[in-house]
Write a protein that binds this ligand. Structure first.
Ligand SMILES: *Cc1c(COP(=O)(O)O)cnc(C)c1O
Length: 381
């Protein structure tokens, strides 16, 4: 309500936009943050700002939400998909196999909030001179040995869409320590006033400040206000989720039919989702859908089999892009079966939300009870 009195449009880096960007910089310990209208827009501006364009190949996870990759199709670059390991995150060895002389960058998603193998991926990027980029959209506040997701690469993009660990309703942001990337991100989607104020007059790109590239990706001030409030509570939410996730994993680990995630020492997930792997072989070959339907019938309505977040080679846009993106007719022609790990993860994943409040515990216990019942009595199905 306070924000409505102050401003419903913010054209420069002021007000709640400035406050939230400063909070994000401080939270992550980075030089620059740029708020955007969505995570998709943040990724789009990040790629453009890093100089990724026609002729460039960018290695990207086959298993991610498609918007990690689709903005590359709008800067003229070619996404080269790579497989994941059993955790669902990019496999550094498969990345290495897909490097060519045209590879310019590597984009990493921390799937469902579990940080990817950043030391391994950083080593691959360093060895081959690739720009390392992160899509932190599942992983706000996640860390490896205290280093936060979004601070490993040259730049990072995050979504703040509805259910993400940090939410603005709709919104996103870019993080970088590189001032050139910052200026170019502004020119990509924050034109006129903000560019005129932020880019030094003597900078060679200053003369484009009025138009930038002509795109507009500014965040809504009300969305920024929501996110600022959320950010102040984020670490508290994550502590609560870590407790609930540990409890769920303890309670579910001995059940036949599912495997709980293994979190390496020093890794702190955001627990955007708790991903269980279904093991049909432990339940007499019972199909996953039957197991899932039985849990829904027990009332586990928030148990999810992720659908649109699937291996990208299974999506028509990555198989036959020509009706929508004729320029990609030759460059994108993926098909089923090309990413065995990603497809196996997708086919066997069962995702639970991770609650964070003490008052959620009775609900958590009723989920555990339902899992136990279905696992113990699967023969009755
Ligand atoms: C949600 C999401 C996006 C897209 O963000 P929007 O804010 O919905 O545009 C991109 N990448 C990943 C991994 C996401 O989960």
């Amino acid at each position: 309500m306070g924000q409505l009195d102050r401003a419903v449009s913010i054209y420069d880096r002021s007000g709640v936009v400035e406050e939230l960007e400063n909070d994000l910089r401080e939270y992550h310990g980075v030089e620059h943050a740029v708020l955007t209208s969505s995570g998709t827009a943040a990724l789009y501006s990040m790629y453009a700002a890093c100089g990724i364009g026609p002729g460039d190949e960018v290695i990207a996870p086959a298993y991610t939400f498609f918007a990690t990759v689709t903005p590359l199709l709008h800067v003229g670059a070619v996404p080269v998909l790579a497989d994941c390991d059993a955790t669902g995150n990019l496999d550094p060895d498969d990345v290495t196999r897909r490097i060519t002389p045209n590879t310019k960058a590597l984009i990493v998603t921390h799937m469902w909030g579990l940080p990817a193998d950043m030391p391994g991926l950083q080593a691959v990027a360093d060895d081959h001179g690739l720009i390392l980029l992160e899509d932190g959209s599942h992983a706000h506040g996640a860390s490896i040995n205290g280093q936060r997701a979004g601070t490993f690469g040259h730049a990072a993009a995050f979504s703040m869409n509805g259910p993400k660990p940090l939410s603005a309703g709709e919104g996103g942001f870019i993080l970088t320590d590189d001032t050139e990337v910052y200026y170019r991100a502004l020119l990509h989607g924050q034109y006129n006033k903000r560019c005129r104020n932020e880019i030094p007059r003597e900078h060679p790109l200053y003369r484009y400040a009025v138009t930038g590239t002509g795109l507009k990706h500014r965040i809504h001030p009300l969305a920024a206000s929501l996110a600022r409030d959320q950010l102040a509570n984020l670490d508290g939410y994550l502590d609560g989720r870590a407790r609930v996730a540990r409890y769920l994993c303890d309670q579910l680990s001995d059940l036949a039919g599912i495997t709980v995630p293994n979190v390496p020492a020093g890794v702190r997930p955001s627990w955007y989702g708790l991903t269980l792997r279904y093991r049909a072989d432990e339940l007499g070959g019972l199909p996953i859908q039957r197991f899932y339907d039985a849990l829904h019938a027990e009332g586990c309505r928030e148990l999810d089999r992720p659908g649109s977040t699937c291996p990208l080679n299974l999506l028509p846009l990555f198989q036959q892009p020509e009706p929508l993106l004729p320029a990609y007719a030759d460059a994108l022609a993926y098909g089923p079966g090309e990413f065995p790990q990603a497809e196996a993860v997708h086919a066997t994943i069962l995702k639970l939300p991770v609650w964070h409040r003490e008052e959620d515990m009775p609900l958590v216990d009723s989920y555990i009870e339902a899992f136990r019942k279905i696992s113990d009595r699967y023969r009755d199905l």
